[in-house]
Design a binder for this molecule. Sequence first.
Ligand code: 1SD
Ligand code: ZN
Length: 250
Amino acid sequence: TASEWGYWGKYGPKTWSELCATGKRQSPIDIVTEDAIRIDLGALKFDRYDFAFSGSLINNGHTIQVKLDGVPIHLSGGSLPSVYVLEQMHFHWSAEHTVDGVRDPLELHLVHYNNQYANFSEATQHENGIVVVAVLFEFNNYDNPDLMPILETTKIVSNWVGKNMAQMRNKLIPLLLLPKDHTTYYSYEGSLTTPGCQESVMWFVMTEKLPISEAQVNVFRHVQNSNGTLKYNYRPKQELGNRKVHHRLE
Ligand code: 1SD
Ligand code: ZN
């Protein structure tokens, strides 16, 4: 069916054209650090990111997605026009955004929608509707303990394609999934990286990377979907065109 899509083969990104918005602000991109315009756009304000949340995971066949329970988490500041509500977070293995051509093993997306709109899906229809904060993980020899609540539950939903949510056994503090310096970032105007690729996203790619071990990345690489193992789930790089990437420095 036309709604089927994947990351390689018969339904790979080359066949997404009928499912995707086509335009001049598609994501992901390669961030060329030398070309980024250094400017102080203001620090992002991560409100309630430091609380400990219970939540649940789902394997939707394209990624592992985490939903947190309880009070809403808000993102504002950094020249954003309003307050953005955290909708969900999910992972791409390998990373979607490359920095000077380097592709890291994992990228976390914290997906927020503009609270002027009724919900996430309505917000995707507006150019300032969505903010995704992206965190890149690079290989390290040791396990990253802050990923434990998510990884132990990923193992459970690994072969539950699209069926059930699994509750996390341990609470998650979202702030620990951001680098210590979460005020320095690259930002540009782009799109969702999955069909329909709506051009509604302000991207904030954190400059500082977090560590992850090879064993931990392998937990994601073993996730199953209806076609077998979801070995990887990144969309290839899109044209920057005449867009500019900004680099926020204090
Ligand atoms: O890939 C995600 C996808 O899983 C879904 O969360 C979508 C929103 O429905 O967002 C994209 S992305 O642009 O954040 N990668
Ligand atoms: Zn994503």
